[in-house]
Design a protein around this ligand. Sequence first.
Ligand SMILES: Cc1cc2nc3c(=O)[nH]c(=O)nc-3n(C[C@H](O)[C@H](O)[C@H](O)COP(=O)(O)OP(=O)(O)OC[C@H]3O[C@@H](n4cnc5c(N)ncnc54)[C@H](O)[C@@H]3O)c2cc1C
Length: 371
Amino acid sequence: MNNLYTELKAEFPNLEFNREVLLANYTTVKIGGPAEVFCETKTSQEFIDLVIYAIKNNIPLTILGWGANTLISDDGIRGLVIKNSGQNIKILKDGGFSNDDTTTNDSNKKPHSDQSLIQPRWHSDKDKGSFKYEFSDLDYDESESPTVVVEIDSGVSLPYAINSLIGQGITGLQWYSRIPATLGGAIYNNIHGGTHFISEVIESVTIIDEKGNLKMISKSELEAGYDVSRFHNTNEIIVSAQLKLYLGDKEKAKTVVQEWAVRKAVQPQKSLGCIFQNISNGQKENLKLPTTSVGYIVEHILNKKNFQIGNAKVSDKHAAFIENIGQATAKDYLEIIKIIIKETKIKTGITLKPEIFFLGFKKRDLEGIIT
Ligand SMILES: Cc1cc2nc3c(=O)[nH]c(=O)nc-3n(C[C@H](O)[C@H](O)[C@H](O)COP(=O)(O)OP(=O)(O)OC[C@H]3O[C@@H](n4cnc5c(N)ncnc54)[C@H](O)[C@@H]3O)c2cc1C
């Protein structure tokens, strides 16, 4: 392992590798120790070649997208960490899926088809001192618009893809405005924006499987649900995806983007988004809570808004977020998560499930968090 850096440099002379790179700089929450060897790939081909090499040579491999949902250990990550960056967006065709195409099937006309599986978030209203970001008032149906297939590399930033596509008259991603993510991270976690989930528009995903083979899987194989996809249970790597988008109303989509951006701007940015998955509807009913949002429990049942350990703090803007208000460590952050889980169990009987990912930790660090 000592020679990993030398080996990779020799094998890929055109890529830049660095040793002991501080990963805090590559996450939104600005927490995380060093990567043993770090490389930022800027094209899909660089990414594919390096991932396949790592898999075939049993090199421990971690992929980072935008780093917006990932808590990295203070000890960092051993092996190779690839920061997946890219810009490639290819508009393939509008044939085959358009509404006057007689082969169009029902599922093509139901962009909300995944919705029944998954309950969108609800947040307490202004009277309770919190804010909403369900934004259903901004929602509209564009499934009658002509469609277009677009291929996007997994390392492309979602905000870039949204703006660039709307600029070309292509809509369908406006609901995810201001979500920090690469397309790969977005698919990995099946991100949600208001009442929408990204899996609605995914047609197929090109992956590298656990043996290092490049292959394509279809939408139906994604196992997409609320904050989950098949990638949570495999070591497959997402390379790119084909999305079925719309030649929709560009101006309307722009308005949604702008309005979402304004409303989401109140969320603490030096964070990892919501830390916990919503509780179930059944749990909500049993406890007679007004919402499935864990933010409500943290704020109104645990009274933990503003609760702080070191420089990690439960946000006063949104109690489902934990912010880094200075030089917080992963240890501080984990401690708050553990306390919230423990107190929620005692006070409500509910075992909370984190919706963020933990990289570089030992099993014992995560005791009480991951069951
Ligand atoms: C302020 C803020 C607001 C947010 N708002 C929302 C919101 O409204 N809706 C929502 O759903 N989420 C939201 N999030 C959470 C986050 O943006 C999403 O979960 C997003 O999908 C993370 O993407 P990423 O590229 O940053 O993934 P990362 O954090 O970099 O990675 C997450 C996981 O995916 C894996 N991964 C990343 N890329 C690949 C790949 N190509 N192949 C295989 N595995 C990969 C990583 O190894 C890691 O395990 C928010 C976060 C913040 C900080």
